[in-house]
Write a protein that binds this ligand. Structure first.
Ligand SMILES: [Zn+2]
Ligand SMILES: [Zn+2]
Length: 358
């Protein structure tokens, strides 16, 4: 079958003869529709980040597909897969369109049993350690497939992944209706985060140096936008909030200094959630400031249990609009040229490129 396979650092290849996978008990075979390429894919390809195991694997962790086959019946599989198999029977049928979660957690470690499966010690990731969605077919545990409502398109479905990251970040921020939040970085995750914050009843200030991103942020509901190349955001924020600064700042840029900006700009007693990641960011935290201001600074990684379902529901309801974030649709055989390589250009004018045969 066709697939886009990462062989190692700066070595990604399109092939037509990757073996077609077969579903085991508790799993389903999907005909993949679209996967979106994000900066993490580029970091893996260009800098060798996250390539756990080091063996060639299919890229694509923001993926969606259509169920074409359900794995063997539950009495044929090992006992620990029976739950997934039951779910496959109960919820999924051939022809269902689904968004797929990209983390396979163990369910038995300390963190999974505490309900914090995003911290699983034994987690495996589709598109990172295991084969992802940039192929004609993929095999996924039925329990990680979320059926799409009729009004949600195959193009919108992969964007459930960044939306689920936004849902988790907003939940980690413990937001309260009526508070004010700032979002630093208006890439795809930032633009999803701003919409989830609006859906949760907050006033939102979007901060980004790219005018195009601020324009989209405004269209997607930002109450205020600030360009740090033109204004001193730290100076203006108190006046746009309660006089002291945002109650919550969610940092999604992962650029040098932006985590520190968030810590400095949030009001005393406020909460900062760090979502952004980059191989270049090297901030020194001044713990004294955090101590004096009783500021909470926490990380937020991937999404929590149910984050994906909430993301699908938010997109289907229209509370999160991902359509302006889809920059191009590219078939699998052009995915490297028109997808991965286009993302490398310094004047990159894209949010998400969807790759797949639809
Ligand atoms: Zn991603
Ligand atoms: Zn676990």
């Amino acid at each position: 079958m066709q697939a886009i396979v990462l062989h190692g650092k700066q070595d990604i290849r399109y092939t037509t003869d990757y073996p077609k996978p077969e579903p085991k008990a508790g799993e389903v075979l999907l005909r993949m529709t679209y996967s979106s390429i994000c900066q993490t894919d580029i970091e893996m390809w260009q800098h060798g980040m996250f390539n756990w195991g080091g063996k060639p694997h299919i890229q694509g962790h923001e993926a969606a597909g259509v169920v074409v086959e359900i794995g063997p019946a539950l009495d044929e599989g090992p006992s620990n897969e029976r739950r997934g198999s039951k779910l496959a029977k109960a919820e999924l049928k051939v022809g269902d369109r689904v968004a797929v979660e990209n983390v396979r957690t163990c369910g038995t470690c300390f963190f999974c049993r505490k309900g914090t499966s995003q911290l699983c010690e034994n987690g495996r990731n589709f598109g990172f350690s295991d084969d992802g969605g940039l192929a004609e077919f993929g095999v996924w545990p039925a329990s990680l497939c979320i059926p799409l409502p009729d009004n949600m398109t195959n193009e919108e479905a992969p964007l459930a992944e960044p939306t689920s990251v936004a849902v988790h970040a907003v939940e980690n921020a413990n937001v309260v209706v009526g508070e004010t939040a700032a979002v630093i970085g208006c890439g795809v995750v930032g633009l999803c985060t701003l919409q989830v914050l609006k859906a949760a009843g907050l006033k939102v200030i979007a901060i980004d140096p790219r005018e195009q991103s601020l324009k989209i942020a405004r269209e997607l509901g930002a109450d205020e936008v600030l360009n740090p190349n033109e204004v001193d955001a730290g100076e203006l924020l108190p006046g746009l909030t309660n006089g002291y600064g945002p109650d919550v700042i969610i940092e999604t840029a992962g650029a040098p200094g932006t985590g520190m900006d968030a810590a400095n700009w949030v009001r005393r007693g406020g909460r900062v959630v760090i979502v952004g990641f980059s191989h270049t960011s090297q901030d020194d935290i001044n713990f004294g400031r955090s101590h004096m201001g009783e500021k909470t600074i926490m990380g937020s990684s991937a999404t929590s249990h149910d984050g994906y379902r909430k993301a699908v529901a938010l997109i289907a309801s229209g509370a999160v609009n991902v359509k302006p974030l889809i920059s191009a649709l590219v078939p699998l055989d052009k995915g490297i040229e028109d997808g991965f390589e286009r993302m490398l250009k310094p004047e990159k004018d894209v949010y998400r490129i969807l790759v797949g045969n639809g």
